[in-house]
Write a protein of this length. Structure first.
Length: 648
C-alpha cells in the first residue's frame, strides 16, 4: 500500500488572511504577495491618508459646533420651510464614514508593517471616493453658507490643543516601528535619508507645536475671574417651550442673572413675545387657522394669538432632545402653554431677574409700526419693573429712551470702538461669542463696558469664556451651565511641589532632600478626574506632554523597578522638574514666546525674567538636550532593525 505524504504543509495564518481579505479581498495564500506595492496602489494609499485627515477634521468640526446645532437647524428651517433636526444625523453619518476610513488606514499600515503588498479592493476604492467627495462638498457648503462657524474650530483648539498634542505624540511614537521597518527595507541610501528626514521633521514639528498654542485657561489660579452670569435665552428652552411662562419660570428656578426675550406687537397693540416672523414653528396655527399660517405673527389680533397652543410643538419636534426627560407634570404643563405677553413676563420677573429685551419690528403696513417702541416703553414703565434691571438693546431713538427711562442699561448689539460706545452712553455690549477677542474684552473692561456673549451652550465653550473673563453669557443650556463649579480644565499652579512631589529615590538623584509631609497622589485617575494639568516651574506657567507622562509614570503603582531606570534614561534628573514648560502664557503671542528668556529656573522660588531674543538658541538647545535620549533610542532601533525579525 502506497502512502501519500504532502510535500509541504502551510500553517494557517488567520490574522494575515483577515488582514489581506478585508483590505483587498485576498483570502487565499496564493493571492498574497511580498512584492513592492505598485505606484498606483501607493497613490491610493496617499488618497486614503488624505481622506482620513479630511474626515477627521470634518468630524472634529461637527462635534465641536454642537454648541450651535440649534442655529444650524434654524438656518435650514428658513431655507426649507419646515423644522427638522439635521445636526445629529450629519454627526452620525460623519462618525460612521470616519470609522470606515480609519479602519482602512489601519489595515493599510498593517500591510506595511508585515511587508504585504497593498491592493485595495475596488469596492473600498468606490467608498473612499464617495466619502472624499461628500466631505469636500459638505465642507465647501459650510464655508459658503455658514462661514462664521469655522471660527468655532479655532476657538475650540484653545481648549483641546494640549490634549490633541499629547495624542499626536502618542500616534507618531506608535508609527516609529513602521518607519524603522521601512528604513530597514529601503535599498537606496537616498530613500533611507528621505524617510529619516520626513519622520524627524514631523517629530520636531510636534515637539515645537506648543509654541503655537495659546489658551485663556493657561493662567494663574488667582487670576481666574468670577463665574460669568447666566442669562436664559428665551427662558429655559431646553426644559420648556421657548418664550412661554413655563420657560421663564424654569429659568428663574435656576437663580439666573437675567432673561432674554424678543418682543413684537399684535395688530391691536399688545406687546407679546415671539422670535419668528410667523407662527408656524412654535404654535399650532396650521391646525387652528390654516389660512393665517404664513401671515406675520404681528398681523394678528391678541384674541386670536391667545387661542393658539405654544407648547405642543416642543413635545413633537423635541428641538434639543430633552423632551423625554420631562416629568409627567412638566409634560402636561408644556402641552398646555400659550403665547406669553410682555406684561405677563414683567409680572413674573419683577424683582427676580434682569431682562435683556430685543424688539422685533412689525411690517410696514402695521398700524403700530411707528409707535411700537413707545408702546413697549409704556408697558415697561406702567408695570413698575425696576429700570436698572432692563438691558435695552434697540438702537433707534436712544436719546428719547434715555430721557424717558434713564435707569435702563443701554446695550448695543454692534461691535464698535470703546470710545465711540461710551460717547453714545452705552453701558453693555451684546455680541456673538465669535465676535470678540480676549484683548478686546480687556479693552472694553478698561472703558467700563460689560460684554455679554451669546449663545453659549457647551460647557467647554463656557469654560473658555470664563477663563477669558467674560462677565455674562446668554444660554439655552443654563440648567447645565449653572451646575458647572469651575472651568472644565485649567492649567494653573496651586502647588507643583505638593501635587506632583517627586519621591525620595528621585529626589536623591536630583541632589535634593525629600520633603516629608507632602501628599503623593497615587493613580492616574487623579489627573484625569481633575481634568487639569497643574504645573509650577519657578513661577512660570505652561504645559508639556512630558509632564503628563512624568506624572502618570511617577505615581503609577506598577512597574516600580523598571520605572527608576527608564525614567532616569528618558528624562534626565537635571531637567525633569526644572524644565520650563513650552506653552506660553495666555496673553503671549507664539512669536513672542521664542524671544523669552531662559526656559528653566535654578530655584523653585526664583521668578523668570522675560528677556531678549538671544534666548532662542538656548531654548532650542535645551529642547534638543531633553529629547536626545529619545532620539538615541530610535537610532538604536534603526541600527538593529536589519537583524530584527519583522513579521511576514
Amino acid at each position: 500500500m502506497v502512502r501519500h505524504q504532502p510535500l509541504q504543509y502551510y500553517e494557517p495564518q488567520l490574522c494575515l488572511s483577515c488582514l489581506t481579505g478585508i483590505y483587498g479581498c485576498r483570502w487565499k495564500r496564493y493571492q498574497r504577495s511580498h512584492d513592492d506595492t505598485t505606484p498606483w496602489e501607493r497613490l491610493w494609499f496617499l488618497l486614503l491618508t488624505f481622506t482620513f485627515g479630511l474626515t477627521l477634521t470634518w468630524l472634529y468640526f461637527w462635534w465641536e459646533v454642537h454648541n450651535d446645532y440649534d442655529e444650524f437647524n434654524w438656518y435650514l428651517y428658513n431655507r426649507m420651510g419646515y423644522w427638522s433636526d439635521w445636526s445629529v444625523p450629519i454627526l452620525m453619518t460623519t462618525a460612521a464614514a470616519f470609522t470606515y476610513i480609519a479602519g482602512l488606514l489601519v489595515l493599510a499600515l498593517c500591510h506595511i508593517a508585515v511587508g504585504q503588498q497593498m491592493n485595495l479592493h475596488w469596492l473600498h476604492k468606490m467608498g473612499l471616493v464617495v466619502i472624499l467627495v461628500s466631505t469636500v462638498v459638505a465642507m465647501s457648503a459650510v464655508a459658503q453658507l455658514w462661514e462664521d462657524e469655522w471660527e468655532v474650530l479655532l476657538i475650540s483648539l484653545q481648549g483641546t490643543a494640549p490634549f490633541l498634542h499629547v495624542g499626536a505624540l502618542a500616534a507618531i511614537t506608535a508609527l516609529s516601528w513602521i518607519v524603522a521597518g521601512q528604513f530597514a527595507r529601503a535599498e537606496r541610501s537616498s530613500s533611507q535619508v528621505a524617510i529619516l528626514c520626513i519622520f524627524f521633521a514631523m517629530v520636531f514639528a510636534f515637539y515645537l507645536a506648543p509654541l503655537t498654542i495659546s489658551s485663556p485657561c493657561i493662567m494663574e489660579k488667582k487670576d481666574l475671574g468670577p463665574k460669568p452670569a447666566l442669562i436664559g435665552h428665551r427662558g429655559a428652552p431646553m426644559l420648556a417651550p421657548e418664550h412661554t411662562l413655563m420657560s421663564f419660570r424654569k429659568a428663574l428656578e435656576q437663580k439666573l442673572y437675567g432673561l432674554q426675550a424678543d418682543v413684537t406687537i399684535s395688530l391691536d397693540g399688545v406687546p407679546f413675545l415671539m422670535h419668528d416672523t410667523t407662527l408656524r414653528r412654535t404654535t399650532n396655527v396650521e391646525e387652528e387657522f390654516p389660512e393665517l399660517a404664513r401671515r406675520p405673527a404681528s398681523m394678528l389680533n391678541w384674541t386670536i394669538l391667545q387661542r393658539l397652543n405654544a407648547g405642543q410643538w416642543f413635545l413633537k419636534t423635541d428641538p434639543f432632545w430633552t423632551a423625554s426627560s420631562l416629568s409627567p407634570s412638566d409634560h402636561r404643563e408644556a402641552q398646555n402653554q400659550s403665547i406669553c405677553s410682555l406684561a405677563e413676563l414683567l409680572e413674573l420677573a419683577k424683582g427676580n431677574a434682569t431682562l435683556l429685551l430685543n424688539l422685533r419690528d412689525p411690517p410696514r403696513e402695521h398700524p403700530y409700526r411707528g409707535s411700537f417702541l413707545n408702546v413697549t416703553l409704556e408697558a415697561l414703565l406702567r408695570s413698575g419693573f425696576p429700570q436698572h434691571q432692563v438691558m435695552w438693546l434697540p438702537n433707534r431713538q436712544r436719546p428719547f429712551v434715555r430721557k424717558v427711562a434713564p435707569g435702563f442699561q443701554q446695550t448695543s448689539g454692534s461691535k464698535e470702538a470703546a470710545a465711540s460706545l461710551r460717547r453714545g452712553h452705552i453701558q453693555r455690549l451684546n455680541l456673538r461669542y465669535t465676535q470678540v477677542s480676549r484683548q478686546e474684552l480687556r479693552d472694553y473692561a478698561s472703558w467700563n463696558l460689560s460684554v455679554n456673549l451669546y449663545t453659549v451652550n457647551a460647557p467647554w465653550l463656557f469654560s473658555l469664556l470664563w477663563c477669558a473673563g467674560v462677565p455674562s453669557v446668554t444660554s439655552d443650556n443654563s440648567h447645565t451651565l449653572s451646575q458647572v463649579p469651575s472651568p472644565l480644565w485649567i492649567m494653573v499652579a496651586p502647588g507643583w511641589h505638593s501635587e506632583l512631589q517627586p519621591r525620595a529615590d528621585h529626589a536623591e538623584r536630583c541632589g535634593a532632600p525629600d520633603q516629608p509631609g507632602c501628599q503623593h497622589h497615587e493613580g492616574e485617575a487623579h489627573l484625569l478626574r481633575c481634568a487639569a494639568l497643574q504645573v509650577e516651574t519657578g513661577g512660570g506657567l505652561s504645559y508639556h506632554p512630558t509632564h503628563v507622562l512624568e506624572y502618570v509614570y511617577t505615581h503609577s503603582p506598577t512597574a516600580r523597578t523598571a520605572r527608576n531606570t527608564a525614567r532616569t534614561y528618558m528624562y534626565p534628573p537635571s531637567f525633569t522638574y526644572t524644565y520650563r514648560n513650552m506653552y506660553p502664557s495666555a496673553c503671549c503671542h507664539p512669536l513672542q514666546a521664542l524671544g523669552q528668556s531662559a526656559p528653566w529656573v535654578v530655584d523653585k522660588g526664583q521668578k523668570c525674567v522675560w528677556g531678549g531674543g538671544g534666548s532662542l538658541l538656548l531654548r532650542l538647545t535645551l529642547l534638543c538636550l531633553v529629547y536626545t535620549p529619545q532620539i538615541l533610542i530610535f537610532s538604536l532601533l534603526l541600527a538593529a532593525s536589519p537583524s530584527m525579525a519583522f513579521p511576514v
